[in-house]
Design a protein around this ligand. Structure first.
Ligand code: AMP
Length: 433
């Protein structure tokens, strides 16, 4: 299936897709849309960046367009549950963009903002509600919204819901839904608890899986720089002298760490914002907007806050701290490889983070090439020699590296390309592969 026209979507949707500049469905869209249109439950194993939002939003909009109903007060026909406010807002934006030629009402419900407006908005009823679980439970408990008319339930990023402790809220909400409904369940990974939840929720689901963890990482040029912890700030400043790092997402492990990085960057004259759980909704939105419209070149984020950040043209992901969960590494570097683009991910690895690096390499089944520390050996560049990494070719330039996954001894020298990320094909060609 190579064109949206072949999927049987109504004309107003096709028109919106063409306005969005989408020509061909992504693999998850091509696989999932026909099943969802046919009314099946769906288990989608996919992460952000694969086009999964449109994979559920398009057939849902198609259903609503084909079965118009008068909106009933304080009800919703479609409920989408999302772990974070950012993701919820982006899902709503997608529904509105794809549904721009349909007369549908959609809204987003999340915490951190006054509930009164959401209560008022719910009075007339909505076609589509995108919500984070906690605030939705509040709204339902206040009887501001009833879930008894929900025809389609979407659970997005279920594994993240589990990590964030939302499973109980989800079960409470699901108990209030009509028995007769369609369920669409998306998760990037399938830990045991998530498989059990999927089992409870879904009836004879069709399963689609795209870009398993290991292959997502292949689209991103990955590098690791060994660096003593106290020298990381100087290393970051040094890297940022390279103007080809046009839009970089910098990851810190903690909120405090993220704030500290922003402070140091500011002192060194680099404009940066932080986004994490202690920031107000307004602060988060302003930081994201500045990053998106190019006012700030750098956004410093923690893992949870970064979930669902969908910003085009992120040239670099910089892991200031390595995550202790390997899947987070894959999510992080995926921020620079949206919708098939390639990108560059540079990880700083302190002495105490080597075990994390090994876990990451085991999970992705790829070696992350080590490159010389541009601050010189005193900053920890020599640390690389002590690890299980294969020895580097002599005289390798800072930022240079070899193609991930190569066998030791078969490494090829690769020039650093800091500019616009090239696509995987070009990369392979320039690597002589
Ligand atoms: P998602 O995985 O839903 O977060 O989508 C990732 C990005 O891909 C978003 O920026 C979408 O706008 C974009 N996208 C989704 N589907 C397509 C498509 N068929 N063609 C081009 N871009 C797409």
């Amino acid at each position: 299936m190579s064109h949206f026209q072949d999927l049987g979507l109504v004309a107003p949707l096709l028109k919106a897709l063409s306005a969005e500049g989408y020509t061909n469905p992504t693999p998850i869209q091509a696989q999932a849309i026909p099943f969802v249109l046919a009314g099946h439950d769906l288990l989608g194993i996919a992460q952000t960046g694969t086009g999964k939002t449109a994979a559920f939003a398009l057939p849902i909009l198609n259903h609503l367009a084909k079965t118009p109903k008068q909106r009933a007060p304080r009800t919703a026909r479609v409920l989408v549950l999302s772990p974070t406010r950012e993701l919820a807002s982006q899902i709503l934006d997608s529904f509105r963009a794809y549904g721009r030629n349909l007369k549908l009402d959609s809204t987003v419900i999340f915490g951190g903002v006054p509930i009164s407006r959401q209560v008022r908005a719910a009075q007339n009823g909505h076609d589509i509600v995108v919500a984070t679980p906690g605030r939705l439970v509040d709204l339902v408990s206040q009887r501001a919204l009833s879930l008894s008319n929900v025809e389609i339930l979407v659970l997005d990023e279920a594994d993240q819901m589990l990590d964030m402790g939302f499973i109980r809220d989800i079960k409470r909400l699901v108990a209030l839904l009509p028995k007769q409904r369609q369920n669409l369940f998306f998760s990037a990974t399938m830990p045991k608890e998530i498989a059990e939840l999927a089992n409870e929720l879904l009836r004879n689901p069709q399963q689609v899986a795209v870009t398993p963890v290991a292959t997502t990482a292949e689209r991103v040029d990955q590098q690791v720089i060994f660096c003593d912890q106290p020298k990381k700030q100087a290393l970051l400043h040094k890297l940022l002298e390279d103007k080809s790092i046009a839009r970089a997402l910098v990851f810190a492990r903690t909120k405090h760490g993220a704030d500290k990085i922003v402070r140091h960057l500011g002192a060194a004259g680099f404009i940066a914002d932080a986004i994490h759980g202690n920031k107000s909704q307004g602060q988060r939105e302003r930081a994201l907007a500045a990053f998106r419209n190019g006012k700030s070149r750098l956004l410093v984020a923690t893992d949870i806050a970064a979930r669902g950040i969908d910003v085009d043209g992120v040239t670099h992901v910089i892991n200031y701290d390595l995550p202790n969960v390997p899947e987070s590494y894959v999510h992080r570097i995926g921020r620079t490889a949206r919708a098939g683009a390639a990108g560059i991910a540079i990880s700083f690895c302190g002495h105490d983070e080597r075990a994390y690096l090994r876990d990451i390499e085991r999970t992705t089944r790829q070696r992350v090439p080590a490159v010389d520390n541009p601050l010189g050996s005193e900053a920890g560049a020599s640390l690389g020699q002590e690890t299980e990494q294969a020895p580097r070719p002599q005289g390798q330039r800072p930022f240079g590296g070899h193609k991930a996954g190569g066998k030791p001894g078969q490494q090829q020298r690769r020039r650093f390309h800091g500019g616009k990320p090239r696509n995987a094909g070009e990369r392979r060609a320039s690597n002589g592969q």
